[in-house]
Design a protein around this ligand. Structure first.
Ligand SMILES: [Zn+2]
Ligand SMILES: [Zn+2]
Length: 172
């Protein structure tokens, strides 16, 4: 059963409320920054895909008015979900059913099919960048790289030959 969305101005209340929701519930997170309506639209990831083409952006989480990115994670032997803000530069994240232990390396998979994400390459911190594809064609030249170490802030977006490190989300 899908619970109706609720709104809260306090993320802690959100968290406590959420425990009574199952993972099919919809979560709405308050924004960390206030933006006037006159401001330009932020850059938002509207879709990204697992190796089998499942879209990881869905209505299970909402950051401001944008649907969040859901990932299944395993940390220190426990499984749960992590929701990431789809807004570039927004460090918001939220874990569900799993404690993220600082410094641990996460096993990250698709919630839908359980597929692991391909490793793009090593991160400076000793973790690994995992690849979330930005297009349905699943090309490594159009992807989002996220370090799998809890607490590492390294992440980037690649569009063709351009790799933008300005996308400094506080990853996972
Ligand atoms: Zn999948
Ligand atoms: Zn890293």
């Amino acid at each position: 059963m899908v619970k109706p969305p609720y709104k809260s101005t306090d993320v802690k209340i959100c968290v406590d409320e959420m425990k009574r929701f199952n993972t099919k519930g919809r979560m709405i997170f308050p924004s960390h920054k206030k933006h006037g309506k006159e401001k330009a639209e932020p850059e938002v990831i509207k879709e990204c895909y697992c190796p089998n083409g499942h879209n990881l952006v869905n209505t299970q989480s909402v950051f401001r008015e944008y649907n969040g990115i859901v990932l299944k994670v395993k940390c220190a032997g426990k499984s749960g979900l992590v929701f990431l803000s789809p807004i570039c530069g927004d460090k918001s994240r939220f874990s569900f059913d799993v404690d993220l232990v600082e410094g641990e390396l996460l096993e990250i998979s698709c919630l839908e099919c359980g597929a692991s994400f391909p490793v793009y390459g090593p991160c400076d911190c000793g973790g690994q960048y995992i690849t979330l594809f930005l297009g349905k064609d699943l090309e490594f030249t159009n992807c989002l790289g996220i370090c799998n170490r809890v607490g590492c802030t390294n992440s980037w977006m690649r569009y063709g030959d351009e790799i933008r490190r300005c996308y400094m989300r506080e990853t996972l």
